[in-house]
Design a protein around this ligand. Structure first.
Ligand code: NDP
Length: 510
């Protein structure tokens, strides 16, 4: 179905969902937590205000914290007020659809109680029984909650008559084996079609735009290959440190935190083949094919294709080292920075390096993809001023700007004949006056609609873990890490050695 309204000028056309989700209940496990307060309740409130939630719905919070439904409503109001989301919101309309059930995640009886509370809320509001269970809890609890939901008879089904879906946040395990174990636990009672593995990066508008840019413009796809592309750089730099998540980060490090999920998704969007149709199964099939084409990381070459770093104190001493952060071991060897040179072994990409880089406490927060094209095969401008013909470069920026820049060579104005580099730019938000769409709004709505396009499928999860396994194993070798983990000053662009793996690393950031 065409989501664009016909007959509307492209400048002002509205881009709405093709349909409104069916009435349903959203159950949030971990309803007292950070994700619920900062992301989920605000996202639900915003889509309610925008009129995109179903006509009829309930939101049921579940957690151990003892709380009445009234107290939960009051908490939700405070969260929304603090973030400025009460303006223009029919708060009373939303509040009467909020419920709370206190329970222990390990106790089967708690789930039976939840089932009863849910049925009562559904009866009160006249809901048909469609249910979405959102696991906003620590990943160590995923297996128990998924299994207990099933044991309590709450796993339901996925049919046109009624559906039950379960949503999990990354991380999906901490390695290949544990991701398989989690998957087996989830599949005890849920079918693959009922499982939604969130990677909220994928729901960012500019990330969604990558495939559109590639496959809806005839001019780019013919040059999107080894014949024209010199290299591709995928960068996600964070200026923040580990903040209050030291316990999690000490276990995860940058490879589990960023590479296994977000960076691999960005890589697949940059490199995958066009699917025959823009539909979840076909798109996910192409991503899987791409992950299968990744050249396995060679531990022999090891640190020739990989730089790992950890932030030390900032040069002026104002920012602490990673090892000085509360909850971090003073002798920690956890990498907070990684630069990986990857290759895709297929016809399109043979020999083209993909530089994948992410780090914490860097000099800025930047997420972008750089496609560096090759130089012209022969320069006819050898005899003119500024004779160097720079190669074209495409920068798709996700953060801080939502823009696409294509660098071109042009004539410098003036009597003489000089070359200069010009830029053609596209601002993603140009011509759009509506409110920004948060990625959590998008994933919640897509889950209600049963659309898996922006979610991970288990085969992709496993291939991603399998690819990273030799690198993770390298990280576990203390002697290797003591030798090869480079300290970099907090607030810098990471270890200088990153430029040994990727010569143009700093150029790609500016
Ligand atoms: P929290 O640490 O805030 O935990 C959520 C809730 O789970 C808590 O309020 C608590 O509720 C319960 N809980 C916490 N620890 C335990 C425990 N050891 N045993 C039993 N229950 C516990 O997590 P977040 O909200 O930050 O994250 C939830 C999920 O979302 C995680 O998987 C995380 O990786 C993922 N995520 C979070 C993001 C964020 O921005 N916060 C971003 C991306 C992903 P109670 O005690 O009331 O039961």
């Amino acid at each position: 179905m065409n989501p664009f309204q016909p007959g509307v000028s492209p400048d002002v056309m509205e881009c709405r969902l093709p349909e409104r989700p069916q009435p349903c209940a959203v159950v949030i496990f971990g309803a007292s937590g950070d994700l619920t307060s900062r992301k989920l309740i605000p996202a639900l409130a915003r889509i309610y205000r925008a009129g995109d939630l179903p006509d009829n719905f309930a939101i049921v919070g579940a957690a151990r914290t003892p709380m009445t439904t009234e107290a939960f409503r009051e908490k939700a109001r405070e969260w929304l007020a603090a973030a400025g989301h009460l303006d223009g919101l029919d708060w009373e309309g939303l509040a009467r659809r909020l419920f709370y059930h206190s329970m222990d995640y390990a106790d089967l009886e708690g789930y039976r109680g939840l089932g009863k509370a849910l049925a009562d809320a559904e009866a009160q509001l006249g809901l048909p029984g469609n249910r979405m269970f959102y696991l906003a809890i620590p990943p160590t609890l995923y297996e128990a909650v998924a299994v207990n939901l099933g044991e309590a008879g709450l796993a339901g089904q996925d049919t046109p008559e009624g559906w039950t879906r379960i949503v999990v946040e990354k991380p999906f395990g901490r390695d290949l084996e544990s991701s398989r174990k989690l998957d087996r636990a989830m599949h005890q009672h849920f079918q693959e079609g009922q499982i939604f593995r969130i990677d909220h990066y994928l729901a960012k508008e500019t990330v969604q735009n990558v495939l559109l840019f590639r496959f809806a413009n005839a001019v780019f796809e013919p040059v999107w290959n080894r014949n024209y592309v010199d290299y591709v750089s995928i960068l996600a730099a964070e200026s923040l440190g580990v903040e209050h998540r030291a316990g999690y980060y000490e276990e995860a490090g940058v490879l589990r935190d960023m590479f296994q999920n977000h960076m691999m998704q960005l890589l697949s969007l940059a490199a995958m083949e066009p699917p025959s149709v823009f539909r979840a199964r076909e798109v996910l099939d192409e991503k899987t094919k791409l992950y299968r084409s990744l050249r396995p990381f060679d531990p022999e070459k090891g640190f020739g294709h990989l730089v790992l770093g950890q932030y030390g104190p900032s040069a002026d001493g104002s920012l602490p080292a990673y090892r000085q952060e509360p909850g971090v071991s003073p002798s920690s060897l956890t990498p907070t920075f990684a630069m990986l040179k990857a290759y895709v072994d297929n016809w399109r990409w043979q020999g083209v390096p993909f530089y994948i880089c992410s780090g914490k406490r860097l000099a800025g927060k930047i997420t972008r993809m750089v496609v560096q094209f090759k130089e012209v095969p022969h320069s006819i401008y050898r005899n003119v001023v500024g004779e160097h013909v720079s190669a074209n470069r495409l920068i798709m920026e996700v953060y801080p700007n939502e823009t696409i820049h294509l660098s071109l060579q042009a004539k410098q104005s003036g009597e003489g004949f000089c070359l200069r580099t010009a830029s053609m730019s596209f601002d993603f938000k140009g011509g759009y006056a509506g409110p920004p769409v948060d990625s959590y709004e998008k994933v919640i709505l897509d889950c209600m609609l049963g659309d898996h396009m922006l979610f991970w499928r288990q085969d992709g999860v496993e291939l991603s873990w399998a690819y990273l396994t030799p690198i993770l194993e390298l990280c576990e070798q203390q002697v290797e890490m003591e030798k090869n983990l480079f300290l970099y000053p907090a607030g810098s662009w990471g270890p200088r050695d990153a430029s040994m793996v990727h010569l143009n690393y700093l150029k790609d950031l500016t």
